[in-house]
Design a protein around this ligand. Structure first.
Ligand code: RB5
Length: 149
């Protein structure tokens, strides 16, 4: 599985932890930065990762900023992206089972390394249930296609 990851300066340290975790597993990692803790703008990296997922160049994306809010807002602007800001294991599971979330967003200034790693492992290994949930996602897709008309 190919996973695109990105962060701003506030998410840099946790993004590095996530990258090491993924590289130690069987994942191919596309790390688009940032690559140090100098101040940068989260949209530059959120859009980058979201586009890689939306275009199919990555299977999933993981984004980290300070609160996770900025990255969630910007990633969900990209058509086809269902980004979920996750703070616990229950919502990590539900975001996959019911929402087929394709981008995981973490809060580098809130969520500690240990919990974040459990969230990442759980989120990556939980399958979408389909069925009635697919019908709801189809409605989101239809809205995205028609909203400019
Ligand atoms: C950066 O200071 C901070 O605003 C950003 O990382 C994020 O928390 C925005 O949602």
């Amino acid at each position: 599985m190919k996973i695109a990851i990105g962060s701003d300066h506030a998410g840099f340290e946790l993004k590095e932890d996530v990258r090491k975790l993924l590289e130690a597993g069987s994942y191919e990692v596309l790390d688009i930065g940032t690559h140090c803790d100098d101040s940068v703008d989260y949209p530059d990296f959120g859009i980058g990762v979201a586009k890689l997922v939306a275009s199919g160049q990555a299977d999933r994306g993981i984004l980290v900023c300070g609160t996770g809010i900025g990255m969630s807002i910007v990633a969900n602007k990209v058509r086809g992206v269902r980004a979920s800001l996750i703070f616990d294991l229950y919502t990590a599971i539900q975001s996959r089972k019911h929402l087929d979330a394709n981008v995981l967003v973490l809060a580098g200034r809130i969520t500690g390394k240990g919990l974040a790693e459990e969230i990442v492992k759980t989120w990556l290994s939980t399958e979408f249930e389909g069925g009635r949930h697919q019908k709801r996602i189809d409605k989101i897709d239809a809205f995205e296609k028609n909203q400019d008309r």
